[in-house]
Ligand binder design. Structure first.
Ligand SMILES: NC(=O)c1ccc[n+]([C@@H]2O[C@H](COP(=O)([O-])OP(=O)(O)OC[C@H]3O[C@@H](n4cnc5c(N)ncnc54)[C@H](OP(=O)(O)O)[C@@H]3O)[C@@H](O)[C@H]2O)c1
Length: 358
């Protein structure tokens, strides 16, 4: 079969990552793409997932559907984070195997590595240390997803691959005041400060923590690259029980420099004031992406360009009046979960050493 006519299911196509994977597939000429809205298909429902795989003859799956959120959401909905992510992974991966799907890509995340992992973080660091307590239920579920893929590969010879992206940003991100990651949070706050004429904006922490960021279209490109390499190539840089690949840009930046860069892009000329009463989180978080480099992939979008593209898409959505991104930002987690789960009572006392969510 011509690879461009393969039936490809992108699960989570409305999300930051899934929408970028869909764009990348279309750009590369894939036409036989399958997407389902959550109203059509709840991936936590085993019967619905089974019926989809029975009905459709799916060759390849990109599993970018997940319950994702910042520290506040992780603390408020730990049951939902562990249950829904485990259910989605178990349902999709198992049904993919049952129905003979040839290939599947599972998305992990750099935040599921141990809290005190060596820097830059090698793939082998997974499960070699205690997890960050604030997102432990989420991390356990995502680690389970990687291990489900590995186990089916080992027992049934499937070709299910996993990737571990660094912090992502780009069009379609979540701009919620409490639940967003650092880049969308900065874009929104500095944009609002520019329009309200605020003379200064508070930034959490000292600004000295260093982080790595990857533009989401680069991530999507990397995902397609990982899926395109032969099994021999993939095996040459992974192991049966360390089967995931890190995806990072390899570039680090301090939060202070990042805030200055976002201010430039947004056109905010007020003062950036660092709130030293807030935690910095881990001083450095960088992935070791050498294995992916051996497969011939490198990031191509610089942070400056990626931030400009992201801000333009934020403005386009705002100007179009659809407020698509801010709408996604209206607390996507609690919007999704309303009526299903009760938030946990405040766990603040249990997280005296809480880390910021980036
Ligand atoms: N964002 C990052 O910085 C980052 C970094 C590293 C790794 N990742 C990984 O990338 C993956 C995707 O993250 P994201 O940032 O793209 O998340 P996102 O923007 O919140 O998108 C999640 C997607 O999953 C769908 N979904 C969730 N639960 C579902 C269900 N029960 N049934 C059907 N669809 C469901 C959502 O649909 P609705 O639109 O209907 O809600 C949405 O399309 C995750 O595995 C995450 O760990 C993300």
């Amino acid at each position: 079969m011509n690879q461009f006519s393969q039936r490809i299911f992108v699960a989570g196509h409305t999300g930051l990552v899934g929408s970028a994977i869909l764009r990348a597939l279309r750009r590369q000429g894939y036409t036989n793409l399958l997407t389902c809205s959550r109203a059509q298909l709840d991936l936590t429902d085993q019967a619905q997932v089974r019926s989809l795989f029975k009905r459709e003859s799916i060759d390849v799956v990109y599993l970018a559907a997940a319950t994702v959120g910042g520290i506040h959401a992780n603390n408020s909905y730990p049951a939902e984070f562990i249950y829904s992510n485990m259910a989605i992974e178990a349902n999709v991966i198992h049904e993919a195997w049952r129905h003979g799907t040839q290939k599947l890509l599972f998305l992990g995340s750099s935040c599921i590595y141990p809290r005190l992992a060596p820097q830059p973080i090698p793939e082998a660091a997974l499960l070699h240390g205690a997890l960050e307590p604030t997102n432990e239920p989420y991390a356990i579920a995502k680690i389970a997803g990687i291990k489900i893929c590995e186990s089916y590969n080992r027992q049934y010879g499937t070709r299910f691959r996993s990737v571990m992206p660094t912090n992502l940003y780009g069009p379609g991100d979540n701009y919620h005041a409490e639940n967003s990651h650092v880049i969308p949070a900065l874009i929104r706050r500095l944009h609002e400060a520019k329009h309200s004429g605020a003379g200064e904006v508070l930034i959490w922490g000292t600004g000295e923590a260093r982080r790595e960021f990857l533009y989401v279209d680069d991530l999507a490109d990397a995902c397609l690259h990982v899926m395109s390499v032969s099994e021999d190539c993939y095996r040459s840089v992974t192991k049966p029980m360390v089967s995931h690949l890190n995806i990072g840009s390899g570039e680090e930046i301090t939060i202070a420099m990042l805030a200055q860069l976002v201010a430039q892009v947004v056109g905010y000329s007020g003062r950036l004031v660092f709130d030293l009463t807030r935690p910095d989180g881990t001083p450095r978080k960088l992935l070791d992406s050498a294995s992916l480099g051996k497969l011939g992939w490198r990031a191509s979008v610089t942070l400056a360009r990626g931030l400009q593209e992201t801000y333009h898409s934020f403005l386009r959505a705002e100007q179009a009046g659809s407020r698509q991104q801010p709408a996604r930002a209206l607390d996507p987690v609690s919007r999704r979960l309303r009526g299903q789960f009760q938030p946990a009572p405040s766990l603040a006392h249990a997280y005296a050493d809480m880390r910021v969510p980036y």
